[in-house]
Design a protein around this ligand. Structure first.
Ligand code: DAH
Length: 338
């Protein structure tokens, strides 16, 4: 009997400790403590034992019974706690911060262009977009840039195999629009332009321009100046001064290259304007009579002015960006700042 009790003590402990679900614990309870369980079976054997042994064994069986009860209870508690722990891990924790979806936003060049176009709209300009792929006729020929003209060298062109070209400037839209309209009109053309450039911090092979032009009776250089002052002061600040320097583009006469006082140092000189106080902003002039004629407009009756600036360049100036390639590089660390 002594040995049986000893054996039962060991195996019951082992089995109870190995139980991992409540059902197993319940079956063990029935197995050991049930009416026909092991403990009762041992009890039933007691009366057959000699008195001395009966008393000792009886006591031991009772102790073992208590041990098994205790072990089952504590193992049961453990199993329940484990189950709760697992459930807690599985449940939805509403306090965990969500994963923020990445939301895009307006590209800095588009932001700057939108601001410029708003200024154009306030001046009564109509905004028109044109094709990115142009033909030789509108990009060069009608703008007084014949095939033999050295001005074509200024614009290293990506020629397509079908003879067309990604436009080298938004000026290509001038005659397209003039052909379709009767003066007076005021037009702004935003758009990307493409040139074979050796790319560096200030040169990109695609950049964004906005072309502006107006045609009507008695349009003079004074109107051009007034327009540029109004537009650029809106975009660069009220105190902006402009400097007009004689220049050359075959589709305007006279032609002026315009610089504005640096909006960061207000003309005093800083890193952005390379200490000069001035930033070269745009090309402009009075539309050449030949161009008006090419568009079917009588240059004796009508005159006009035209100008274009790089919106990419203006965005660089506005946001103090020192490398033009960042705009098209697709680096989110850069773009997310705007
Ligand atoms: N098309 C010229 C360029 O892309 C800029 C330009 C100069 C436009 C003079 C004009 C102008 O309308 O009058 O460099």
């Amino acid at each position: 009997m002594e040995k049986q009790i000893q054996f039962l003590r060991q195996t019951s402990q082992k089995e109870i400790n190995a139980a991992s679900v409540l059902q197993e614990i319940e079956s063990l309870r029935i197995k050991y403590l049930g009416r026909r369980g092991t403990i009762n079976k041992l009890m039933e054997k007691l009366p057959a034992l000699p008195r001395e042994e009966r008393i000792i064994s009886g006591k031991e069986i009772n102790e073992l019974k208590k041990e098994i009860e205790k072990a089952l209870a504590s193992r049961g508690k453990e199993v329940i706690e484990k189950k709760h722990e697992k459930q807690q891990q599985e449940t939805l924790d509403v306090t965990v911060p969500g994963i923020r979806p990445q939301i895009g936003h307006i590209h800095p060049v588009t932001q700057a262009t939108t601001e410029i176009l708003e200024a154009f709209t306030e001046l009564g300009y109509e905004i028109i977009e044109g094709p990115d792929v142009e033909n030789d006729h509108y990009n060069f020929e009608v703008l007084n840039i014949p095939k033999t003209h050295p001005a074509r060298d200024l614009q290293d062109t990506f020629w397509l195999t079908n003879g067309l070209l990604p436009r080298t400037h938004t000026s290509a839209m001038q005659v397209r629009v003039m052909e379709q309209r009767k003066p007076p009109f005021k037009i702004a053309v935003p758009g990307w332009v493409y040139r074979q450039e050796r790319e560096d911090a200030t040169h990109a092979s695609s950049f964004h321009q906005v072309e502006g032009f107006a045609v009507g009776e008695h349009i003079s250089f004074a109107h051009l100046k007034g327009t540029l002052f109004t537009l650029l002061r809106k975009v660069l600040g009220d105190e902006t001064k402009l400097k007009f320097r004689a220049s050359y583009f075959p589709y305007v006469e006279p032609c002026a290259e315009v610089s504005a006082t640096c909006p960061h140092c207000k003309g005093r000189g800083c890193d952005i304007c390379k200490q000069s106080g001035w930033i070269e902003i745009l090309g402009s002039g009075m539309i050449h009579p030949v161009v008006l004629k090419n568009a079917g407009i009588d240059p004796k009756k009508y005159s006009g002015f035209a100008f274009a600036f790089g919106s990419t360049r203006l965005a660089m100036l506005k946001y103090k960006i020192n490398d033009i390639r960042l705009f098209t590089g697709g680096d989110l660390r850069f773009l997310e700042q705007f």
